[in-house]
Design a protein around this ligand. Structure first.
Ligand code: FMN
Length: 274
């Protein structure tokens, strides 16, 4: 099969596939022709599957995904405006977890969902590292504390701005202000030279966090952890990411100990119009 295969029995020559193709590699030479790929189109195709997904007749097939491989949209499962707002506003940063670990299958399922997040030119550059054992999450938090102690010793303004003294003190009192005694840590990483990896990872982590709520799990961005992973060599050694990869963000994950019963308020948006 070439890159695109049009099922001529099903195709209505409506041109929708050509209209949505982001790389503009699909054309209908005339109104009566079937869609076809331009010469050398293969090199420009970003394999986003829009041509397959948009065809109302299931007539388009891409080498990487046939129409039959792509599940149909379940309209009855789509959220309306009210439900969407409620779903998004109901996501909370979870900082108190049950002792119970999350099974590996569920963590993998959440990563599977997060991989549908958008990425520049659909390159899907995000890789994942999951810290499975609570003792290892704690050990990594210890590296964050070491990094903070060093910044405090150096009298770094960053340490002061981030109130690192208080954080280290909390740790010394036996609390875990870094990863909140979470049972797992999910780290998104990407190649240092890829300018799209950081944004793609941030979006994918946001998908992960939102998806977690649907599984009655809780997550929380691990900002201190991420900063230490960027700047503290002992942490980088402990993480052992692939060569030339950098940590793009991390989430604590676990079963929330408490449920929230109201939606807290946020600042009014500041919008300017042009
Ligand atoms: C980039 C980023 C880093 C964060 N880092 C931490 C962190 O290290 N520890 C923590 O407890 N919460 C962290 N948070 C969670 C925020 O404090 C939280 O999103 C905010 O207070 C709003 O609460 P909500 O998420 O429940 O709406 C972080 C959030 C973001 C977006």
């Amino acid at each position: 099969m070439t890159l695109l295969h049009v099922d001529k029995e099903k195709c209505k020559r409506d041109g929708i596939c050509a209209a949505v193709c982001p790389a503009k590699i699909i054309v209908l030479p005339s109104e009566t022709d079937y869609p076809e790929m331009i010469e050398d189109g293969e090199q420009s195709c970003i394999r986003c599957g829009h041509c397959v997904a948009v065809c109302p007749h299931g007539a388009m097939n891409h080498e990487s995904m046939g129409a039959a491989d792509c599940p149909p949209v379940r309209k009855e499962w789509l959220l309306g405006a009210e439900q969407t707002e409620h779903f998004l506003r109901n996501r909370r940063s979870t900082r108190v977890y049950k002792e119970k670990p999350v099974d590996q299958e569920t963590l993998v399922r959440l990563v599977e969902i997060a991989r549908y997040a958008p990425s520049g030119r659909n390159t899907q550059p995000v890789k994942w590292k999951i810290v499975q054992e609570k003792k290892d999450v704690k050990r990594l938090s210890g590296h964050v504390i070491d990094w903070m102690r060093q910044l405090i010793d150096e009298k770094s303004p960053f340490a002061e701005a981030m109130q690192m003294g208080r954080i280290v003190q909390g740790w010394e009192y036996g609390m875990d202000p870094i990863t909140r005694d979470a049972p797992h840590l999910v780290i998104a990483h990407g190649h240092k030279s890829d300018p799209t990896a950081q944004t793609a990872a941030t979006i994918a982590l946001a998908y992960f966090e939102l998806a977690a709520t649907g599984f009655e799990l809780g997550a929380c961005w691990a900002g201190y952890f991420t900063a230490a992973a960027l700047f503290w060599p002992p942490m980088q050694e402990a993480l052992a990411l692939p060569e030339n990869h950098t940590c793009c963000g991390a989430l604590m994950v676990g079963h929330p100990k408490f449920k929230y019963h109201r939606l807290p308020l946020r600042n009014e948006p500041e919008i300017t119009w042009l």
